[in-house]
Design a protein around this ligand. Structure first.
Ligand code: HPA
Length: 275
């Protein structure tokens, strides 16, 4: 496998930097069907993933596969419209790439968004959940392999991955727009299959409130290199076995598309509050 040394990430970052010429404050990673949020970015510079040296390409239909860099509510942002997942065939070690490249562009905060299934039965589709912690009990880690000290320590503390101040800001922002926001633990399942009802019952016992197939590799990588993380899950469906019906990708996409406005409103408020 390719060795991911510091120069590997620098090559991607240098290419992006040569197209923009300024430091980026904040990264926004958009989950399934939340890509329309990128339309609000002003003075956009759009770069296809496939044009960035050493980057990855998006293989999922509902993910666009572009970086959009520009101004959003007073911040210089880099937005990933379309992210990379383990289920696409990427190794955990490859999934560090976007966040490390963003670190080299100067990013200090990342907002991770995703679509997720509700494990907590008090949640319902179209709810938004602030992620206050995650569970990833799979053995693999994006930080496996030689440690790059330029990014962070070999053994990374994970006790406060999701920034307390950003959680506070998200709650305040929700209040401002009269949104009854939820808070809970995101449980990572690798997919691409949805879970079984027995898995969901187990996840509930273990403390998961929502389940999804993304976000944690990015959160771990960000935590390692000192980027502050805000995680927001859009609940698109009740997780397997809660209702007597199948879960489909269409249901997930439909709910995400329907709720995108509300999500945008929340993000707008959050961005205004972040300094
Ligand atoms: N499980 C896993 N990932 C998901 C789900 C789900 O129920 N809904 C949206 N993403």
């Amino acid at each position: 496998m390719e060795e991911f040394n510091y120069g590997y990430f620098k090559k991607s970052a240098d290419y992006i930097q040569s197209k923009i010429g300024y430091k980026v404050d904040l990264a926004l990673i958009l989950g399934s069907c939340l890509g329309s949020l990128a339309e609000e970015i002003e003075n956009p510079i759009v770069i296809d993933y496939k044009d960035i040296p050493n980057f990855l390409i998006s293989t999922v239909e509902s993910h666009a596969g572009k970086l959009i860099i520009g101004d959003l509510h007073g911040k210089k942002v880099v937005c990933m419209s379309g992210r990379f997942h383990y289920y696409e065939g990427y190794d955990f070690e490859q999934l560090v790439i976007p966040i490390r490249v963003f670190k080299l562009l100067g990013v200090e905060t990342v907002i991770l968004t995703n679509a997720a299934g509700a494990v907590n039965t008090s949640f319902k589709p179209e709810d938004i959940m602030i992620i206050n912690d995650h569970i990833k009990l799979m053995g693999a880690s994006p930080l496996r392999g030689p440690n790059l000290e330029e990014f962070g320590p070999r053994f990374n503390d994970m006790s406060k991955v999701y920034d307390r101040n950003l959680i506070f800001i998200a709650k305040k922002s929700a209040e401002k727009i009269s949104l009854d926001i939820k808070e809970g633990v995101y449980y990572f399942c690798p997919g691409p299959q949805f879970e079984t009802p027995a898995e969901i019952r187990a996840i509930r016992i273990l403390g998961g409130d929502a389940v999804g197939m993304s976000t944690v590799t990015e959160a771990i990588t960000a935590s390692h290199c000192g980027i502050k993380v805000l995680g927001l899950s859009l609940i698109t469906n009740m997780a397997a076995g809660i209702l007597d019906q199948a879960i489909t990708a269409d249901e997930v996409d439909e709910t995400a598309t329907k709720s995108a406005m509300r999500f945008k409103e929340l993000l707008r408020e959050v961005l205004k509050e972040i300094d």
